[in-house]
Design a protein around this ligand. Sequence first.
Ligand SMILES: Cc1cc2nc3c(=O)[nH]c(=O)nc-3n(C[C@H](O)[C@H](O)[C@H](O)COP(=O)(O)OP(=O)(O)OC[C@H]3O[C@@H](n4cnc5c(N)ncnc54)[C@H](O)[C@@H]3O)c2cc1C
Length: 349
Amino acid sequence: MTKRVNIIGGGIAGCALAYMIKQEGGEPVIYEAASSLYGKGQEPEHDCSTYNPRYSAQWDENAQYFSMGYFEALRLFEEFGGDGFNWNQCGTLQLIANERKARRYPKTVASWGAHGWSEEDMRFVSAKEASDIAGLDVETDCMYLGRAGVISPWRLCSKLINGVEVKLNQWVEDVSALEGDATVLACGTKVTSFKEAAHLPISGVRGQVTFIRETDVSSKVKTTINYGGHISPALDGVHYIGATFQPWLKHTDILPEDDVHNIRNMCERFPALADKYELVCSRAGVRTAAKDHFPIIGQLSDRVYISTAHGSHGVISALSSAMILAKSIVRNEDVISKDVLKIMSPERF
Ligand SMILES: Cc1cc2nc3c(=O)[nH]c(=O)nc-3n(C[C@H](O)[C@H](O)[C@H](O)COP(=O)(O)OP(=O)(O)OC[C@H]3O[C@@H](n4cnc5c(N)ncnc54)[C@H](O)[C@@H]3O)c2cc1C
């Protein structure tokens, strides 16, 4: 019998889960409180997210989890053909700008390389080679992810929910009011308003990203560059740069000083980009984080599941978590090792 799965939240986690449940033969229904998916109302004129894994030095549960989602993202983006969600597989340079990273990244490249990450996926590059890749002077050696890049998450969500029943303007308060075989709380920080998840140590980390007009200097940028903040190649003459981290702020109002910070941080941390920039627009939001910084994925109680705390790597984490939950709910099977499931499980709290 087809399993009907209610998904509370139409952000990237909820949309990716709906897609995977459908792939497994289930029947997903999304309940979204806002008037559009991704909780943003109208489609934003400028919308961009980087997609890359969270790195760990060893091939541990974190690495397994993010690798699964990363390779699934690449497969899916190919399948979707890139059209319609601004996919730019421009690569990502990670500057090795301090001693800690200089010690850690060789271990990451070696241990991930032993588990299916080819040179195309992740390798070291000298400052000289990094400069050729970036299109402008890079002063330090880098780790380079040749197949990483950027997408529009708003548009990706629209693609993922093709053929899925979506109920907008639906604020759900109690899962017992919903009919179906299972319900998944995929509603970011708001999961704790449900009694099943009220005990979880979750917090919000406000952040703001900034969109700037390209200049003669910045137009040379050919790849995403992470320098503590990040910049991506211009799309329609506009770069996506970010981001601030303010766990102490509870609102998502746009702060002009955050745009100043993002632009100044870029020019100071990456001097080759120093220039005068025109602000195009800004976007602020809240990242959901668990106390131990791992996502929270798994079963909470009879027929109630959770997918949240995707932190700063929501695009990849959403896909990994969706694969895990869809397989578990629809087929009662595991898609990844029990060790990973244990680390991510809500039972750890
Ligand atoms: C400034 C900033 C920059 C970022 N940049 C990147 C990046 O470049 N790359 C990357 O991978 N990640 C990035 N992230 C992180 C990423 O945005 C998040 O991890 C991701 O959006 C989390 O998705 P989610 O679906 O779990 O939650 P959310 O996006 O919070 O979605 C939850 C949804 O649930 C809905 N909802 C809430 N309560 C209810 C309810 N009771 N009933 C019905 N609906 C409800 C909300 O309206 C919302 O639409 C960034 C985050 C911020 C803040």
